[in-house]
Design a protein. Structure first.
Length: 109
């Protein structure tokens, strides 16, 4: 899995570029996302997380557990999620995806 690029900062929002296929079909490689940093997480929302070892990734928040957030990928054949690395601590859940803004429309296959 390639790393998702993100730049958390002092601004309340930012952007990330999806790299990889772990969130297909919802997100595709090259999608640009608007992210709200330090927002409240709810189950089912897409979130930007720091995985163990440092890489950033976009995952789906599944449920809150004692250790943090259990996150999952939409494409079980690609990437890494809590099934491999366990729950993500609260401090490593960096932001909530607000919307995809590029590409504006997708072609149907």
């Amino acid at each position: 899995m390639r790393q998702h690029r993100a730049w958390p900062s002092r601004w309340p929002w930012g952007r990330v570029v999806v790299a990889g296929r772990s969130m297909e079909p919802a997100l595709r490689d090259g999608d640009w996302l608007a992210v709200g940093w330090r927002r409240a997480v709810r189950p089912g929302r897409l979130v930007v997380v720091r995985l163990p070892g440092g890489p950033l990734a976009v995952k789906r928040a599944f449920r809150r557990v004692a250790e943090g957030w259990w996150v999952e990928r939409d494409n079980p054949g690609e990437g890494v999620d809590s099934w491999q690395v366990g729950a993500i601590p609260d401090e490593d859940v960096l932001g909530v995806v607000l919307f995809r803004y590029w590409p504006p429309r997708r072609r149907r296959a």
